[in-house]
Design a protein around this ligand. Structure first.
Ligand code: DC
Length: 222
């Protein structure tokens, strides 16, 4: 099986690019962020404190996650409910960032993610795919862009969906989440030593797509 790991901070364009690359290569796309987001959503709905490891760990036995694919798009089911859209709000983004810092949450998802990669060719995106989940991935990419560029893209995306946010709020969230994701003790966001770093600041979607495809094609017959 071939595994491609794409890690990087929020808003670098990972999920959009990863989805398109997986379709191009005929691989299964696995968006691991959606799994952390689902646990964040469940915690919010339960009225529990996302920052409390014990509170979140106590909820894990009640959570069952599964992935389904419709026309190549990943849908995430939380206890049977399709929450693919519900997990995309700014509130759930912050909840996901908080719960993802807890080791029991990471342990809960580790085996699920590895199992997906054992069964099929995957292109998996997240924060710790190349470093922790799939250390033997044939291709590892660290995708990044400046905080301002990432905030601008996320702002446009949220605005298009009708979310009432300002650019300043989004930038503040991006900076806060970067800090959380890179400073936590459990599997902090960092490039694997053997990852190729691709910076998409100033690149269009198509330019980023081509750059990633070149990196991948140089390493696997795809
Ligand atoms: O990629 P995303 O924005 O959907 O991720 C949501 C949060 O989940 C983000 O704050 C970091 C966390 N996350 C993680 O810790 N490990 C992953 N493999 C994927 C996401």
């Amino acid at each position: 099986m071939v595994s491609i790991a794409i890690d990087g901070p929020s808003g670098a364009g990972k999920s959009t690019l990863a989805r398109r690359l997986a379709a191009e290569l005929g691989y299964v796309y696995v968006d691991t962020g959606a799994m952390y987001r689902s646990i964040g959503l469940y915690t919010l709905r339960a009225g529990a404190d996302c920052g409390s490891e014990a509170a979140v760990a106590a909820l894990l036995p009640q959570i069952s996650l599964s992935l389904e694919y419709q026309d190549g798009a990943q849908h995430i089911l939380l206890n049977g409910e399709d929450v693919s859209d519900a997990v995309r709000t700014p509130e759930v983004s912050m909840a996901a960032s908080a719960v993802s810092a807890h080791p029991p949450v990471r342990a809960f998802l580790l085996e699920t993610q590895r199992e997906l990669a054992r069964r099929q060719n995957v292109l998996m995106d997240g924060r710790d795919i190349g470093t922790v989940i799939l250390p033997n991935a044939q291709v590892k990419i660290f995708l990044t862009a400046s905080p301002e560029e990432r905030a601008r893209r996320r702002f446009e995306e949220l605005k298009a969906r009708g979310e009432a946010v300002t650019y300043e709020q989004v930038l503040e969230d991006v900076v806060q989440r970067d800090y959380n994701d890179t400073h936590r003790e459990a599997a902090p966001l960092k490039a694997a030593p053997d990852a190729v770093t691709v910076d998409t600041t100033g690149l269009t979607f198509d330019e980023s797509f081509e750059a990633l495809l070149r990196v991948i094609r140089a390493r696997v017959e795809a």
